[in-house]
Design a protein around this ligand. Structure first.
Ligand code: SAH
Ligand code: SF4
Length: 423
């Protein structure tokens, strides 16, 4: 999401006459678009700020801006170091040129107002990816869910959906520029709603842009993912069969305490519904280890759920208390750090085994892959994703980024399918 937002920021700044530099040493304005989701994301930015300060010392007139969630969360506190000139929250990007122009020595500028309707719908993002194959399209902003551990509703404000006509226009625009895949982004895409248009409708509208434009989306919320969305995915060739469905925990008491508003049973039923409609659907998840008061038995419920579902892969995190959230205000962060780490490691070990099993099941299968570019490990090979989102590597064979090709899976690791080209 921050990559997509940064593309909006580039567009706004380009209109105001700014150019992007390729190295920090050439920049008059250095900005970091930040994440607050876990403490270590913020710690990394504090580290980067030291690097920016060196630039300020070395060259006069260099401006430093902190934008995004950390700007929204910390507000004036970011100015205390004296090293930051601009602080702009996620809904203040249109004002960046104005804020930059108004900065004077000892007069930093700040705008952290959240909006009810800003979606940057009319701004054409300046794409920052280099492969020219896959583009992000933001379809909504903010979140109304208030899961007890999560800082997002505080840093990104209330949920609002973007006009579907502007989304379709953006998809047509990237397709006309040669892109072959769009990923529709929102914190909870299933609650997308614009007038009568639901997320299932929107998926259909974007899939209609062209049969050779693949459509992906992220993130689905288990309480909201509907039969209509599943049916729409199953009915269209160019909507990729991959759902990222963050479960967070496999225990009902913890899920309740997290305010996720579904149960283990509900989650497993949604998985079954997805697999009934699309047996080949890639399913991935997010898991939090060591949430407040989690017992050993409750942790084992998470392991048993992961074992039962067999996710393709997962993002796995130790719980990180975020100031101001319901959990931080009401529950002590009482799972000791060493226990949290051990539980997280058990979760990671299990997932690595399950990923390997899942990837191995594809050996011998024929898959359709969209070529993205050279493989990182071996640049003489190409890489690209299957519909399930699994990464494939295969011989170049004269193919180029943006081509659709069929491959046969020969071997795998727990994160990559090693493939041959079909004859
Ligand atoms: N909107 C998405 C998730 C966005 S945040 C959803 O509801 O599924 C991405 C992931 O970060 C979450 O799924 C969760 O696993 C993790 N996360 C969020 N807050 C966290 C916290 N305080 N500590 C650890 N992990 C957290
Ligand atoms: Fe955070 Fe929950 Fe909203 Fe996801 S749905 S962004 S976890 S509050």
């Amino acid at each position: 999401m921050n990559v997509a937002d940064t593309e909006v920021i580039f567009s706004i700044l380009a209109k105001a006459g700014f150019e992007r530099t390729s190295t920090i040493e050439d920049a008059d304005l250095i900005m970091a678009n930040t994440c607050s989701i876990r403490d270590n994301a913020e710690q990394r930015i504090w580290g980067r700020l030291k690097q920016f300060s060196q630039q300020k010392k070395a060259r006069k007139d260099v401006l430093v801006g902190i934008v995004g969630c950390m700007a929204e969360r910390l507000k004036e506190k970011l100015l205390e170091s004296g090293e930051v000139d601009i602080v702009a929250g996620p809904d203040a990007y249109r004002r960046l040129p104005e804020l930059i122009a108004a900065v004077k020595p000892s007069s930093p500028q700040i705008d952290v107002l959240l909006s009810r309707d800003e979606t940057y719908a009319d701004i054409t993002p300046v794409r920052t990816d280099t492969n020219g194959v896959s583009a992000f399209i933001s379809i909504m902003r903010g979140c109304n869910n208030v899961c007890s551990y999560c800082v997002v509703p505080y840093t990104r404000g209330a949920e609002r959906s973007r006009d579907p006509r502007t989304i379709v226009r953006e998809a047509c625009d990237v397709f006309s520029k040669g892109y072959k895949e769009v990923t529709l982004l929102g914190q909870n895409v299933d609650s997308y709603r614009f007038g009568d248009v639901t997320f299932a409708d929107l998926l259909g509208m974007v899939a209609d842009v062209d049969p050779s434009l693949r459509v992906r989306f992220s993130t689905s919320h288990p309480k909201d993912i509907s039969d209509e969305v599943i049916a729409m995915m199953a009915s269209r060739e160019n909507i990729c069969h991959h759902i990222h469905l963050p479960v967070q925990s496999g225990n009902n008491r913890i899920l309740e305490k997290m305010r996720r508003r579904y149960t283990r049973e509900w989650y497993l039923e949604r998985i079954a519904a997805i697999r009934r409609a699309m047996p080949d659907c890639g399913i991935t998840t997010d898991v939090i280890a060591g949430f407040c008061s989690e017992t050993e038995e409750e942790h084992r419920d998470t392991l048993s759920l992961m074992d039962e579902v067999g996710f393709d892969w997962a993002f796995m995190f130790a719980y990180s208390e975020r100031p101001g959230t319901l959990a931080a205000r009401n529950y002590p962060d009482d799972v000791p750090p060493d226990v949290k780490t051990r539980r997280l490691n058990e979760i990671i070990d299990l997932q690595n085994r399950k990923s390997l099993e899942c990837y191995r099941r594809d050996i011998g299968r024929k898959l359709r892959v969209l070529v993205e570019g050279p493989s990182k490990r071996d640049p003489s090979q190409l890489c690209g994703r299957a519909g399930s989102s699994k990464m494939c590597v295969f011989p170049a064979g004269g193919h180029k980024p943006g081509d659709y090709i069929d491959v046969i899976v020969r071997d795998c690791t727990s994160a990559t399918l090693i493939c041959d080209l079909t004859a």
